[in-house]
Design a protein around this ligand. Structure first.
Ligand SMILES: Nc1nc2c(c(=O)[nH]1)N[C@H]1C(S)=C(S)[C@@H](COP(=O)(O)O)O[C@H]1N2
Ligand SMILES: [Mo]
Length: 201
């Protein structure tokens, strides 16, 4: 008998994604002729990729779990898309940049430590063999294997490189600044948040 692989610490498996839409992204009709993924901020080359250009780049393809911080996980999702690390290399990120802020068409935002953007991080264009559905964040969302699901920003529009950390949509409400699931970096204490707010605003 095949041995069941348990989910990440503190997580349980469910069958289907719970589709989140904190800022009404589901109502977005994205016109691909207009849409471009922009790379801006602390880069030496500002770039803008059309969907077609992203689709024509070499794609990484692998199965990995999706872990939502609220404890549900989806087993063995097939992820597919161009390398995020390569895209950032093409933009020639400045040495002083420490974070990438992801901006979405619905107004959702999320900061990611550049350290977490590893070789296997992608701009996902496909999920389980199909192009992203509207409610899954069409046309593109990042997938960063070490991080919880809230860091996978749907309806992605812009990646902005910065030196200083800045809260995104959920971090403002206490979600962890980094969000690695292996360390269960779910939420941060109010005290830490208050200290951080006074230093970085
Ligand atoms: N633009 C946008 N991206 C988002 C969210 C959102 O509300 N808006 N929710 C996040 C959260 S908390 C999770 S767990 C995942 C859920 O992905 P799913 O909606 O495909 O299940 O999307 C993340 N990306
Ligand atoms: Mo989440």
């Amino acid at each position: 008998m095949e041995k069941e692989i348990p989910p990440a610490k503190g997580q349980f498996y469910i069958k289907n994604f719970i589709l989140y839409d904190a800022l009404n992204g589901n109502s977005l009709d994205v016109d691909l002729a207009q849409w471009k993924l922009e790379i801006d901020g602390l880069v030496n080359k500002k770039l803008a990729f059309s969907y077609d250009e992203l689709d024509k780049m070499e794609h990484l393809k692998y199965n990995l779990d999706f872990n939502c911080v609220t404890k549900w996980s989806i087993k063995n999702v097939l992820w597919e898309g161009p390398s995020l690390k390569k895209i950032l290399e093409m933009a020639d990120v400045n040495k002083e940049a420490k974070f990438a802020i992801f901006y979405c068409l619905d107004g959702y935002t999320v900061p990611i430590n550049l350290e977490d953007i590893t070789e296997d991080s992608i701009i996902a264009l496909k999920l389980n063999g199909e192009i992203l559905k509207k409610e899954q964040g069409f046309p593109a969302r990042p997938f960063i294997p070490s991080l919880y699901g809230w860091k996978s920003a749907k309806w992605l529009k812009l990646i902005f490189l910065v030196k200083d950390y800045k809260d995104g949509y959920w971090e403002r409400y206490g979600y962890h600044s980094r969000g690695r699931w292996a360390n269960q970096e779910r939420f941060e204490s109010d005290i830490w948040k208050r200290i951080r707010k006074t230093v970085i605003s």
